[in-house]
Design a protein around this ligand. Sequence first.
Ligand SMILES: [Zn+2]
Length: 487
Amino acid sequence: MTATLLLVVLLLGASISGSGPAHSAVGAEPPAGTPRTVVSLTFDDGHDDQVDAARVLSGYGLRGTFFVSSGLIADEPGPTDPMPTKMTLAQLRDLQAAGHEIGGHTVTHADLAEMDAEEAQRQVCNDRTKLVELGLDVTNFAYPYGTASRDLEQIVAGCGYNSARGLGDIRSPELPRVTFTCEECPVAETIPPADPFRTKAPNQVENTWTLADLQKTVTDAETTGGWLQLTFHHIDATGASLSVPPSVLDAFAAWLAARAPLGTVVRTVDEVIGGSQQETVEYPPAPRAGNLLRNPGLETPSHDSALPACWQSVGWGENRPSFTVVEDAHSGDVGSRLDLADYVGGDAKLLPTLDLGTCSPPVESGRAYDLGTWYKSTGETQFEIYVRDSDGSWTHWTSSPPFPPTDEWTHATYTTPPIPRDVDGLSFGLNLRQAGTLVTDDYSQEVDITWDEFLTRSIAATWAQVRRTFTAPFDNPASLSILASPW
Ligand SMILES: [Zn+2]
């Protein structure tokens, strides 16, 4: 391991110093003694306007790195569909074919600090697996929101990434809205970075940055040499907080390309970090039995909101929902109360968090599921059911028949239709569609097992036990382990 790392470091040193043919396409050698500065232009979140950004870069012979979320890649629009706001798979493949780099950014642009390790693993690893399956060479990662930690660094490394970009540890322009400018920070990251799984970068580029600010981060970096990763989001003229006008990017790219003779070059993150494309790793949610929900009685509070852990509020339309944890409980100490005010339209409800499997449990297509919730309500209510597809994105699937208003704890139950193909997760909740109050507690989601299935499984289990009994004396661990795995 140490030897491999050392080799990578040596190779990196060689390629960045400019003699390697793969990395010296742009510009001539700098004057002797000039510190070498490498700039990476990175673009986050796969916005459709980044196609134009890539075109600008390509016009100057520059290549960028685009960090995208596999669950947020846009479908190819039909002839009458509006233009998507995210890049499509075809656009991402075009970027890669043009020499730009595609990196990973979690399945759903998740704040990894907000979830347990298993869910974070799914967010990071399954994203990379999906992107690679789609034909993209993904070797580097960027933390959404820049949230990193020692544990997360290990997870990212375990997913087969070669590096991960942090944010805010390199000196950044002093700007009105930016409170953290990191005055004492270095002006550039080292090559290779001391910690490849939390590489240092300035704050993300905002609309308050001028061309001169962008140029100053580069000229500052040139005083020591090293690596400067700049992070862009939108390249458009909307003036939104994370938007940079195309004209500014164009002028900056032209200025950057002209600095090659001074020893400042633009490289993708992959060109700076090096290393090969490692095997992908996937973490499907572990199968569960019984009540599939986490925190079904709402007893465990979340760290940072008024909602119970593993639960979120979802709603639409014009209304004002508020959720409170209350002492009115069907069992245990608490339930959850929804008060819906200023109602014009839409609905509101509490759901198991729409995630990749920790809170919203995995389901099998073709199976039906029994859903249940105890409730009291001033108005009619019904289950709204959402499903997660294999890309990790959620859509509304179906609704149950309505349940009547009631002052007494009442058990609302519903058996879903068979789960459609390509669906691997489910989330559900009782809604309110009028002003009023709904209290819920003790949710359940179980596989709906038919008698046929129950009998088949019982016979199979008994038969497996018989075979185990007869095989054991022969002391054959291989056959035992096969026989011991039921169904
Ligand atoms: Zn992002």
